[in-house]
Design a protein around this ligand. Structure first.
Ligand code: CA
Length: 222
């Protein structure tokens, strides 16, 4: 899952980026409204975390412009603690959730995970599929009747993206875009290596290859 973090407080954005990266998110930062709007339109983000008070273009304007252009990127706005009117304006402009500053990073992570599940029509608190679960907190795979398996960062990110998008043809490019941030050297052949690893763990039939198109994650296997 790839996030766009829009925040002009550099200290805050860098500390958030570090923590979110540790939780298996690829994070790109914009520190002003103009860059934020452009990046949100050009790149494939799963969620934007949008501060409202920004240089060059306010968060509300950025969000309003995205929605005008039918950009449906899910948005969590960051607002001042006691500024209820900002929250109202944010929701009116098309925000999906909000968080008042200052906040605990744990709450932001919970809201991101909940919003991701909501936007992918998933219910419940855990990512589950047939006989296994993905523990997002510990980045472990829990397979029924087996010991918990610790995944590497990329294995976790890739599997989470697959589990949130079952039964869809996902191209290599799309997988790369949603698993890595913009600074990453995006060699899409690397994805194949990780898909092979996931197949070794979950069984070959779990991830089907569509030649020339991409991969399909099967959420249930007959
Ligand atoms: Ca600000």
């Amino acid at each position: 899952m790839r996030l766009l973090l829009v925040e002009d407080d550099i200290e805050l954005s860098q500390s958030l980026q570090k923590k979110l990266t540790g939780k298996g998110f690829a994070v790109d930062i914009a520190d002003n409204g103009l860059d934020a709007e452009f990046m949100g339109d050009e790149e494939s983000y799963d969620i934007a975390i949008l501060d409202l008070g920004l240089p060059q273009r306010s968060g509300i304007e950025v969000l309003t412009n995205w929605r005008k252009k039918s950009n449906k990127i899910p948005v969590i706005i960051l607002t001042g603690r006691d500024t209820w009117h900002e929250r109202i304006d944010g929701f009116k402009a098309g925000a999906d959730d909000y968080l008042g500053k200052p906040f605990h990073i744990e709450e932001l992570i919970m809201r991101i995970q909940a919003l991701l599940r909501r936007t992918h029509d998933m219910t419940g608190q855990i990512l589950q599929c047939d006989n296994f679960q993905l523990d997002e907190e510990c980045q472990q795979l829990l397979i029924e009747g087996q010991e918990a398996l610790q995944l590497t960062g990329t294995e976790f990110k890739l599997l989470r993206y697959f589990m949130l998008n079952p039964s869809k043809v996902l191209s290599k490019t799309r997988l790369v875009e949603h698993v890595y941030d913009q600074d990453f050297d995006r060699d899409s052949n690397l994805i194949e290596v990780y898909i092979r690893r996931l197949r070794n763990i979950l069984g070959k039939e779990r991830i089907v290859t569509r030649r020339g198109q991409g991969y399909i994650f099967m959420d249930s296997i007959a």
